[in-house]
Write a protein that binds this ligand. Sequence first.
Ligand SMILES: Cc1cc2nc3c(=O)[nH]c(=O)nc-3n(C[C@H](O)[C@H](O)[C@H](O)COP(=O)(O)O)c2cc1C
Length: 271
Amino acid sequence: MLARRFGDGGASPEGTEDNELMRRVLTRKTVRRYSEKLPSEELLDLLTACALSASAKSDFQQASILRLRDPQKRAAVGALFPSMPWIGNAPVFFVFLGDARRLNRIGELRGKPVDNSTLEGFFNASIDAALAMQTLILCAESSGLGVCPISVIRNEIDKVAEILALPDLVFPVAGLCLGYPSAEGFVSLRLPRAVTIHIDRYDDRALSASIDDYDRRRDAIHAIPKDQQRSNAEFGEAAFYGWSEDKARQAAKAEGAAFPPYLRSHGFTFD
Ligand SMILES: Cc1cc2nc3c(=O)[nH]c(=O)nc-3n(C[C@H](O)[C@H](O)[C@H](O)COP(=O)(O)O)c2cc1C
């Protein structure tokens, strides 16, 4: 499993071979195609309970979960992202919200001046929501479900926030499509751990060689077809189009321009 995830193996400490959670995490994969079968309401309720059992900064508990159930609202959100039909089609759609509002309200209830509109407030609420989402993801996957996080909703934040009736200081970290998988998907090869794990000091001197090697190994498993090269008009067709070329092209076209002004006009000062 380690080899499939990273391209290199390595010893597993004794007793871990049967660790079901680790096996699931190492082999997990995003799923974007779902069968018609609906997860039961009881299972969804349990999954949200698991999500909200995640760690939370200072016990402030700044994650909120919104389940988008109304078919008209689902369709309205889905219609904003035609290139990602799974957003409108998935049997279940959650939105994980960073909720900096609740702490301000608790301050009001207790007559204490709280200003949670700061960068600290935004950051803490974001992390709580992300941890809750990842906890739900792992629990859902362990129940035979497949999921796909959806941060693209932030690209249309004004419209999405209106549909979801989000108040000031409450913002989506990501949506989450969920359902029983109808397609296999694949375990995506991660960067070599020599790039992402540092001992005692940060050291990225070997980045260039490691990325070239990773690109080649990844290409041998899942080559990106020529017709999926991004922005060829601007960057030209690449003879070798690996992960790093794809990600550099993707990141060069920065997303999310609408998000900072939305946050600033909806309560955050980031002071
Ligand atoms: C915060 C976050 C946001 C994401 N947003 C989207 C999205 O908007 N649309 C989508 O199709 N996939 C989205 N994904 C899925 C990633 O593309 C996927 O996790 C990544 O390619 C790695 O694949 P894996 O999860 O199968 O290992 C998102 C994942 C995360 C963690």
